[in-house]
Design a binder for this molecule. Sequence first.
Ligand SMILES: NC(=O)c1ccc[n+]([C@@H]2O[C@H](COP(=O)([O-])OP(=O)(O)OC[C@H]3O[C@@H](n4cnc5c(N)ncnc54)[C@H](OP(=O)(O)O)[C@@H]3O)[C@@H](O)[C@H]2O)c1
Length: 511
Amino acid sequence: MSAPTTTGESTILIFGASGDLTARKLVPALFQLFRQGYVRTSPIIGVARRNKTDAQFRTELRATVLDAADQQTSKDWRRFEQLLHYVQIDLSDQTAYEGLVDSVAELESQHRTPQNSARVVYLATTPSLFDDAVSGLHHSGLIPPLEHKERLRVVVEKPFGHDLASAKELNHTLTRWLHEDQIYRIDHYLGKETVQNILLFRFGNSIFEPLLNRNHVDNIQITVAESIGMERGRGAFYDTAGAVRDVLQNHLLQLLCLVTMEPPALFEARQIRDEKMKILQALRPGSPASINHWVVRGQYSAGLIDGEPVPAYRREDRVSPTSNRETYVAMNVGIDNWRWEGVPFFLRTGKRLPERVTEIVVQFKQPPLNLFSTVECDGDLCDIVETQPNQLVLRIQPQESIFLRFSTKRPGMQYHVEPVVMDFDYEDHFSANLPGAYERLLLDVMRGDSTLFTRSDELLAAWKFVTPVLQAWEESLSSPELYSAGTWGPPAASRLVSEYGRAWREPRLDE
Ligand SMILES: NC(=O)c1ccc[n+]([C@@H]2O[C@H](COP(=O)([O-])OP(=O)(O)OC[C@H]3O[C@@H](n4cnc5c(N)ncnc54)[C@H](OP(=O)(O)O)[C@@H]3O)[C@@H](O)[C@H]2O)c1
């Protein structure tokens, strides 16, 4: 493999380095970047409260990251782990940061880090520590003066608040000492190759974009489905969050923005985020008073996933047995702009659905005249077969692909209609593995590219959109509608679309 040209070597500090995120996502991603030559000399400094030596830190991470490694991988790890260090401090103790500054300086000198290189601080801790962490960085002089603001980048993990008011408060906390340009709010969905491809597909081809508007599109559906439930103690967090906060407010709305935004004048962070922002501002929710007309809230009951029985949400570990938390949400929203006026957007996400699948379905209008319609019989049962609407499907995960459905003539003496699919499959076409989302996003932070990160105004606009829904649910005495685990959600979700004469596309992974 040839060496990459833009590496963006930086000092990387991970606050919360003994946690799950560090071991499962951050260090594996950094190791991959090391193996690909993007990280060569950057010291990676883990920070947390519990006491451990560099050697213990390396051994623990090796055990998690290297699962049955081959010889080459083990050799690479031995070189990589020389970059890993551990500094023990309590981040809530403001006096501890002086010691951190000394350790950072010492390690940078040990690794011969160039004087002006950037520092990346990854806040992999609970948001309740952000205030202390940012104040500590400021008071210890780790935040450079404004004219050198690019020398410090702070990565923030979701949740970015739990409603509009708390998101504003979190922003206030972060921007008290940091400039907005220094804050990288990570939404790992935007690091996925197929999500980035949405913009290239739309604006790097000339044949699709002219069709993506109210004149040709009948409706757009976005599904983010998960088959998992509350394994690995997830219930503790999820029962305070739910489907809207966990997925709809961030991943789903970001996908909606990417598939509907106008082309930016330049392909750069500010312009792309400006265009996404216009969509968020144009989102037309229904009224909170008539919420049941445009939003469906569901919760799973016991059922079967892959033939195995799974418990109801309320019986899950660390979930309240009387919880009204939504594990499913579906919405019908509109976008008030010239391109999309009148086109319904159906959004849905949920846990314990039959498949783990994320896809965007653009359903086109039917031809103006239905010329082809045949009667097909199987024994006594006869059906009228007509052309079906064209569909463009962007499959984000798994089996990343793009496919287009259209009608053809089945060979024979009559005009028998047969829907067929033309497809592009990432794995079939590109033999290389797709880079992981955290790899891409960490490298972008190191290079100072914020295109794939959420800006504060986008974040607040998304919260502004969903907060009235959350409030209306909290104030109502009703419970979420139950759906059996392993089904595509509550019956009301089908009504949400059938009321408009549409149906959800059922994702089929064998397609
Ligand atoms: N895990 C994921 O896949 C994931 C995904 C998306 C977002 N997130 C978010 O990322 C953050 C971290 O998640 P996580 O799962 O890694 O949490 P975690 O396993 O609970 O780890 C928390 C880390 O914070 C450290 N910490 C806590 N209090 C501290 C203090 N006063 N001073 C120094 N260190 C302190 C802990 O270290 P000590 O116990 O040693 O102090 C530990 O290293 C959370 O906000 C979570 O919501 C996580």
